[in-house]
Design a binder for this molecule. Structure first.
Ligand SMILES: CC(C)(COP(=O)(O)OP(=O)(O)OC[C@H]1O[C@@H](n2cnc3c(N)ncnc32)[C@H](O)[C@@H]1O)[C@@H](O)C(=O)NCCC(=O)NCCS
Ligand SMILES: Nc1ncnc2c1ncn2[C@@H]1O[C@H](COP(=O)(O)OP(=O)(O)OP(=O)(O)O)[C@@H](O)[C@H]1O
Length: 197
């Protein structure tokens, strides 16, 4: 049976990592796009040399410095597409290597920018985790070092939750841990049921 790819996404603080944990607990492998970028940027990672060729200052001690990258991105609006041109094919290759060695029937791909970057076309279905705006806000502002201004800036750069809701195949409201756990169990059973049918 071919691998069923479930793309997991949601805006900041909506509960992607927590929900991914329930899929792992149910025995499904989870690929994490943010973790893949961290691997690619770390010493020996495949993104270090090409980013160093584009921006020598962004490499410190053999690894990409995210602070230096952010400073450079703030100075030059044309830099992000160039960076994406390097990073996105490497991220896609990491994802495909993971998929190739996966032996389960379903795998979960935790991708914060799933809809923003159009990656949903590589998925068999998408799952949006969401919550009321007030709950999202309370969760994010509870994080150490997070400010109202920073939260507003991050939100302004993400696709609005209502647009993500319109695009998603499945939606789970992350109101409580037990409700998410049962939502995950039901979704896995649903996907398996549709494949067996
Ligand atoms: C800009 C960087 C250095 C910021 O790193 P940092 O550790 O501070 O934050 P983090 O990665 O969690 O991103 C913070 C927020 O920025 C937004 N963001 C990050 N990359 C992008 C992008 N390519 N386009 C739009 N928004 C982005 C996300 O909404 C995210 O919530 C880093 O995100 C980066 O190198 N991005 C380019 C690579 C990329 O496209 N990554 C996305 C996954 S493929
Ligand atoms: N179902 C839930 N019930 C109660 N609390 C939750 C639930 N899901 C997430 N939370 C809480 O909300 C906060 C954000 O959750 P999480 O880190 O999973 O979100 P995220 O979408 O991965 O965030 P980010 O986009 O910032 O990486 C955490 O404090 C977490 O404990």
């Amino acid at each position: 049976m071919t691998l069923f790819r479930l793309g997991l996404t949601g805006s900041i603080g909506m509960g992607k990592s927590t929900t991914a944990g329930f899929f792992r607990a149910a025995g499904l492998p989870v690929w994490d796009a943010d973790a893949a970028v961290h691997r690619l940027y770390s010493a020996g990672g495949a993104a270090v040399a090409p980013i160093g060729a584009l921006l020598p200052d962004a490499v410190i001690g053999g690894a990409v410095s995210r602070d230096r990258l952010k400073q450079a991105l703030a100075r030059d609006a044309k830099l992000l597409p160039k960076l994406e041109h390097i990073v996105h094919p490497l991220v896609a290759a990491d994802r495909e290597a993971f998929a190739a060695k996966t032996v389960t029937d379903i795998a979960v791909f935790d991708i914060p920018l799933l809809f923003e970057k159009g990656t949903e076309t590589d998925m068999d279905a998408t799952l949006l985790v969401t919550a009321p705006a007030a709950l999202q806000r309370a969760r994010v502002l509870a994080r150490p070092g997070m400010t109202e201004a920073q939260f507003a800036l991050i939100l302004s750069r993400q696709m609005p939750d209502r647009d993500k809701r319109a695009r998603a195949t499945h939606i789970i409201e992350t109101l409580s841990l037990p409700s998410v756990e049962s939502g995950v169990t039901a979704l896995i059973a649903y996907i398996r049921g549709t494949r067996d049918a």
